[in-house]
Design a protein around this ligand. Structure first.
Ligand code: ADP
Length: 593
């Protein structure tokens, strides 16, 4: 039922995106049935004309022209479908579905990325989504073609001799049972092997993704992974071997029955009828041909049923993505009026979805327009989590977050996010032009180039880009351009920081994007941002205290709570945790100098 339901839903999608494909598939099904019927009938007709009726050669040719005329017509219909429309509609499908899936993917809640089960579904739907959808439809068409041929030739057989139906029924039952068992067994095995396949995929990724190359080259990681792969492989081999062995036995059983039922029994029965003059040799030949064909169609039907079942599984993933209802994305609809919003965090508590522990507890702070605030604390204190809440990546678990007095729950997340330019530790450089990397959109306004050059100047990357041949149009990395520009880690950071300088938003969030710069460059960049943007609100996150001394207000976090707050002088006077941390770091820098 589920297989049927899912495949029907998929057909609806195909009908929506490629309606012509449904129509041409329908004609292909009719043409396939007609051509197989004609092929069977020709044999009988020709033998009868030649041997029984001793017909004139011209008459035979005339009959043949009629048969072959119909055959050619149906072959042309099939050829137009398979040779022309299939490819075109597949491209059309990929183009349309991929766009829909990208849009869906962009709307996925961050929480779904944290949830391994949902992430798996999403990953499968998106990575297989392009062709798999149309493949499921093709398997359905294949199924219908075989069903149609089966009935067409089946009826022909019944008209010839209903007893022959016994062979057909026995053969179909055996084939169905065996294939059903086979499919079920393989389905179970592939479900059981999913975890091992995922692990295997991970190991492969580590070997081919660039970010792992350095460790692969310089450490024993390859051996470690190969050992892990062996473990995974042992499980996979064991899991698949049992299934393969059983499948092998099933197939032998099927071969034997088909030889006994389809060939031996049918031949004996039909020969007996010829000897008894019940049928002539023409009828014999046509019947043998029809039985052979009909059993092939049975295999076609059974095989496509297996495919339909497999596809139903994929369709589950596909439908999960298509029916996905984000909880955070697209929530709240209010627009914001002000251009310099006030943000209030009131008694906010937060735990990640499906987690027991609160990672933020009773957070209270108010961010006034144009304020420069710093959030500091050791790793794991909850600083980034707080920023994720400010970006409305998650709903709070307790308390409330407000922007200009409106609860985040009521405000459109796009309105909130457009207030910020944010830069994280794990910023990315994309294989697009320098200008596009900085603006994160394509060139739109006349002033774009000027803005980007200015931003590059402030970030300290002006000379480097100026020296390139295509300047702002230089493509970064090599995915889109063999001669793409590859920057060092520090330079990449500067390029990312240029995004902040180029942005026209009232609030800047920097979540340690400068951490891999040396402390002096980091200090200078932060100082520049604090100084240059008197008009903007700046939220700085850091665990290097030297970089935040100029902030108006510093919030020190520990274990999800704000434990101290004030400016640098106030906090130093307090001689609490901030003081301790500052002294330790100052000491360390002095020593290393
Ligand atoms: P910080 O930025 O101060 O280093 P984070 O806010 O990144 O700290 O993390 C705070 C705590 O939340 C950590 O204990 C971390 O393990 C946990 N955490 C972070 N991200 C997730 C997540 N996606 N799912 C579950 N726990 C998380």
């Amino acid at each position: 039922m589920k297989t049927f339901k899912n495949n029907m839903i998929m057909i609806k999608y195909v009908a929506k995106f490629c309606p012509l494909y449904i129509i041409s598939s329908f004609f292909a099904i009719i043409a396939s049935s007609v051509s197989s019927l004609i092929e069977v009938m020709i044999v009988e007709k020709v033998i009868n004309l030649v041997l029984e009726e001793k017909a004139d050669f011209n008459i035979i040719v005339k009959e043949l022209i009629l048969f072959f005329g119909i055959l050619i017509l149906s072959l042309i219909v099939k050829r137009i479908h398979y040779g022309y429309l299939v490819a075109r509609n597949r491209h059309l499908w990929v183009k349309k579905i991929q766009r829909v899936m990208f849009e869906k993917a962009a709307k996925l809640d961050i929480a779904s990325f944290d949830n391994p089960k949902e992430y798996d579904l999403f990953h499968r739907a998106l990575t297989q989504g392009d062709l798999k959808g149309i493949n499921t439809f093709d398997a359905f068409v294949h199924f219908l073609i075989n069903v149609a041929k089966f009935f067409t030739i089946g009826i022909y057989i019944v008209i010839k001799d209903p007893l022959l139906l016994i062979a057909v029924v026995v053969q179909s039952t055996v084939a169905y049972i065996i294939q059903y068992k086979n499919n079920k067994m393989w389905y179970k095995t592939s479900k059981e092997m999913e975890t091992n396949q995922r692990r295997y995929g991970y190991i492969k990724r580590v070997f081919y993704l660039e970010k792992y190359t350095c460790d692969i080259k310089t450490t024993n990681l390859p051996n470690l992974l190969i050992e892990k792969e062996e473990e995974v492989r042992v499980n996979l081999d064991k899991g698949y071997r049992d299934t393969e062995n059983k499948g092998f036995l099933y197939n032998i059983l099927e071969d034997i029955t088909s030889q006994i039922v389809r060939n031996f029994a049918v031949y004996v029965y039909l020969m007996w009828k010829v000897y008894k003059n019940i049928i002539n040799i023409a009828s014999f030949a046509a019947s043998v041909n029809a039985i052979l064909r009909v059993t092939n169609y049975i295999y076609g039907v059974v095989w496509s049923m297996g495919r339909l079942r497999d596809n139903a599984l994929y369709i589950d993933d596909f439908l999960w993505l298509m029916n996905y209802q984000p909880k955070v994305e697209d929530s709240g609809g209010k627009k914001l009026e002000s251009t310099h919003p006030v943000i209030e965090i009131e008694h906010v508590g937060f735990k990640y979805p499906d987690q027991e522990e609160y990672v933020l507890q009773d957070i209270n702070l108010k961010i006034e327009p144009r304020e420069k605030i710093a959030i500091i604390g050791y790793n794991g204190a909850g600083k980034t989590t707080l920023i994720k809440l400010l970006l409305k990546f998650y709903h709070v678990s307790e308390g409330d977050l407000k922007i200009d007095g409106n609860s985040f729950l009521d405000v459109d997340e796009k309105e909130i996010r457009k207030m910020y330019v944010s830069l994280f530790q794990n910023f990315q450089i994309y294989s697009v032009s320098v200008l596009e990397n900085v603006l994160l959109r394509s060139r739109k306004y006349e002033t774009d180039d000027e803005v980007v050059w200015e931003a590059l100047k402030k970030a300290g990357l002006y000379d480097k880009i100026m020296a390139t041949e295509k300047k702002l149009d230089t493509i970064m990395t090599k995915e889109f351009d063999d001669k793409g520009l590859v920057l060092s880690g520090g330079e990449q950071q500067k390029l990312a920081i240029a995004r902040v300088f180029a942005a026209d938003t009232p609030i800047i969030i920097l979540d340690e994007p400068t951490s891999s710069l040396d402390p002096i460059s980091e200090y200078e960049i932060n100082k520049k941002i604090l100084k240059l943007y008197a008009e903007k609100t700046v939220i700085l996150i850091s665990h290097r205290l030297s970089t935040v001394v100029d902030a108006n207000k510093i919030y020190m976090m520990e274990k999800g709570r704000i434990i101290e707050q004030g400016n640098h002088i106030q906090l130093m006077k307090k001689k609490g945790k901030y003081y301790e941390m500052f002294e330790t770091q100052a000491h360390f820098y002095q020593e290393s100098q």
